[in-house]
Design a binder for this molecule. Structure first.
Ligand code: PMP
Ligand code: GLN
Length: 417
């Protein structure tokens, strides 16, 4: 499915069937990037971004905003650098950020959090996810995710040596298949990774789905790792943090990040919250991944977390409008459009155009119409990839004029295929 060229001539290769994969091989395999011959493929975000650049296409593939976040944060970071805040931060994170995270959880969700013991700052959500999975899962265990799954989950589950089990999100609303969830659980299920709101499908999980996750985690003794980086980017309903549900707190690690909320994806400031015993366990891994990071950014993010309600409403309102601008072009192109309830991604089906291979289409799209998108099957195992073979993801976290231009280009697709 992928091009496996990077390591073709290197000694590092070992056949995937020896059963003795090294760390990079398990990671690459978990992210669908290891060929049967042992070569390494290119991460989809890199591949599509490079193709977009090659063809001068509008890049609606990799999800990052094309506008900076609030001046309050940007100015604070500048001042922090100028005033000499440039050495290691404490491993748990700077006190003002931990306090702001605790205040945020209380203000938005009514969750009382101890900023000393129940919070750790991480290098983006990505590090918190990695440290959590590595902390709790290993060979002989199973880690369950919904499918499609954000690519870093598969990679880190692979690195941990655990088996990655999946439960489908089902069209048209992409809620979890709860019967499949129950059947997929066993005493070996160590961790359930929940991503709500969901990248790539744009779903907000129903309360019923979340409650079932908690009930099954309790029944089978699993820990829940919930990735809620899109918590403030919901359009029609309020976000329900999984940790607020009855019975959830004591077994849940909640992860979020400044990247999406404040349009600063390059700052890589994330955090996790949960009961001290779980946070300590994750920190014991996190300490040796990065120890700490982002010193001048941490107080800036603390200011952002304290911004008024108007700011928080405005980010979702503006994104909802962008979603609708892009949808016009996607419909004109002939796709079936699944309107997302959250995140900054819209998933479409290319089947009405007679196209069943979204991966091939994603590779041609930059040249065909000058717009780039990500194929959904790359976020799946084999069965899931078959189920989602005609689905593509478009990011709409771009300036309105860019989306209008992309919509016009997409509208020409029918005539070009
Ligand atoms: N989880 C999900 C679901 C994401 O979409 C992303 C990035 N877009 C991340 C985690 C990574 O967040 P960060 O950039 O803070 O590491
Ligand atoms: N999370 C972003 C996305 O899904 C970017 C991911 C990345 O570049 N690794 O597009």
């Amino acid at each position: 499915m992928w091009r496996f060229d990077i390591l073709d001539d290197m000694e590092l290769k070992r056949p995937a069937d020896t059963g003795q994969l090294s760390g990079w091989q398990r990671t690459a395999q978990g992210a669908n990037l290891l060929s049967p011959e042992g070569g390494l493929g290119t991460v989809i975000f890199e591949e599509i971004t490079a193709l977009a650049a090659q063809h001068g296409a509008i890049n609606l593939g990799q999800g990052y905003p094309d506008e900076d976040g609030p001046d309050l944060l940007l100015n604070s970071a500048r001042e922090n650098i100028a005033s000499g805040m440039n050495q290691y931060a404490p491993g748990r994170g700077m006190p003002q950020l931990r306090e702001a995270i605790a205040a945020h959880q209380s203000r938005f969700y009514g969750l009382p959090i101890d900023p000393e013991r129940e919070v750790t700052v991480s290098t983006g959500a990505t590090e918190a996810i990695a440290a959590s999975i590595l902390a709790f899962a290993g060979p002989g265990d199973e880690v369950l995710t919904f499918e499609p799954f954000y690519d870093s989950y598969g990679a880190i589950i692979g690195l941990s040596g655990a088996r990655h089990t999946t439960v489908p999100l089902v069209a048209p609303d992409f809620q979890p298949d709860l019967d499949a969830l129950e059947s997929a659980m066993s005493d070996r299920t160590r961790v359930i990774v929940v991503n709500n709101p969901h990248n790539p499908m744009g779903t907000v999980f129903s309360r019923e789905s979340l409650e079932r996750v908690v009930e099954l985690a309790e029944r089978f003794g699993a820990i829940i790792v919930t990735d809620e980086v899109y918590e403030h980017l919901t359009f029609e309903q309020q976000h329900i943090p999984l940790a607020t549900l009855p019975g959830a707190w004591e077994r849940t690690v909640s992860i979020s990040s400044a990247g999406k909320t404040f349009s600063v994806t390059g700052w890589k400031v994330g955090w996790l919250t949960g009961p001290q015993v779980l946070v300590d366990a994750v920190r014991s891994v996190k300490s040796f991944l990065s120890y700490s990071s982002g010193t001048p950014f941490q107080p800036a993010v603390a200011l952002g977390l304290g911004m008024d309600d108007e700011f928080y409403h405005s980010i979702a309102d503006s994104l909802r409008h962008k979603r609708d601008v892009l949808a016009v072009g996607l419909r004109a192109a002939g796709f079936e459009v699944y309107t997302p309830q959250a995140t900054y991604f819209t998933v479409v089906d290319a089947e009405p155009l007679g196209i069943t291979d979204a991966t091939a289409l994603a590779r041609r799209l930059p040249e065909l119409v000058g717009v780039a998108a990500i194929p959904i099957p790359v976020f799946c195992h084999e069965d899931g990839a078959r189920r989602t073979r005609s689905l593509l993801r478009f990011a709409f976290c771009k300036k309105e004029e860019v989306l209008t231009d992309a919509a016009q280009r997409l509208a020409t697709l029918r005539d070009r295929i």
